[in-house]
Design a protein around this ligand. Sequence first.
Ligand SMILES: Cc1cc2nc3c(=O)[nH]c(=O)nc-3n(C[C@H](O)[C@H](O)[C@H](O)COP(=O)(O)OP(=O)(O)OC[C@H]3O[C@@H](n4cnc5c(N)ncnc54)[C@H](O)[C@@H]3O)c2cc1C
Length: 312
Amino acid sequence: MARVVVVGGGISGLALAFRLEQLAGSLQVTVLEKRPRLGGTIGTEVQAGFRFEIGPNGFLDNQLSTWNLCGDLGLSDRLIPASEIARRHRFLYLRGQLRKLPTGLFSLLTSRTLSWRSKWALLTERFRKPRRQGGDESVDAFARRRTSDEIAETLADAFVTGIHAADPALLSVRAAFPRLAELEAEYGSVTGGLVKAARKRRQQARARGEPVRRGLRTWSFREGLGLLIDTLRARLRGPVLTGVGVRRLEPGGEDAAWLVRGEGQECWPADAVVLACPGHEQSAILADLDSQLAATVAEIPYNRVAVVVLGY
Ligand SMILES: Cc1cc2nc3c(=O)[nH]c(=O)nc-3n(C[C@H](O)[C@H](O)[C@H](O)COP(=O)(O)OP(=O)(O)OC[C@H]3O[C@@H](n4cnc5c(N)ncnc54)[C@H](O)[C@@H]3O)c2cc1C
């Protein structure tokens, strides 16, 4: 029986282990997680009668992988969309005040979040010449080129921080927001493209006799995203070990291609190993095996993020 060791019990490691067991029932899949609990950045807690998330609070339905995973775990009928009210009332802490984010044309025009120069830049974005050639660019450069410096520094920065917790000047627009780059390439502008793409979607849905969907929605469970982690854990057949920090990966001998070494004397022989932990952890695990690869992986920048939850 081939053995796979997955290092990291966050959503990536657990979902991969589940899919491997599902697709190749003969595999023995072992998940090793450093912390005492599974889930990585995902975690739902209840305190003083409030249920809150310590990390992500939902997932968007633009990528079907999480949606399908929920279906395969039998959780489809427990999914609930984020409240429309919450979606329409988002605020940005700017210039010492909470400022409401515009959600449409009227609120954009009356909003005090942006200067008139930036409002004009946004309204006329569809008339800016598209970039027809050249490679990838950062989210920050894209926002400056398509709109204004102010929009790049406030709105784009807030969205990037909110979604990826990353520096927009370092993040590739094609990797992080491929839709934006596609809209510019296909329709010549982002705002014009959004309108045309929505019109096309409506026409196609009507032609198929399907209900017209309004924009993207964020989904979670009444029990919180922790339900996804608990269900994955319950469905995995192979061992899932917590409190096991992997320290090193070594080439194996005759019996196994790899030896996965834990903190103490523990060792797991494996025919394949998946590192589903952060880049800096992967780098430490790979250091003795391939110093060049370890150095490359170590270059992936990570940010520190603090989540503050208010219950009232
Ligand atoms: C505050 C915040 C909010 C977010 N909000 C959203 C959102 O609303 N929607 C959304 O889609 N995404 C959101 N994200 C992103 C999303 O949470 C992550 O993309 C996703 O959870 C990453 O999962 P992962 O399994 O790849 O990594 P992680 O969750 O980081 O899991 C990696 C696991 O590896 C373990 N590990 C590390 N080193 C070792 C080792 N040496 N040996 C064994 N195990 C090890 C860690 O303990 C951890 O459990 C948010 C992220 C943050 C931080």
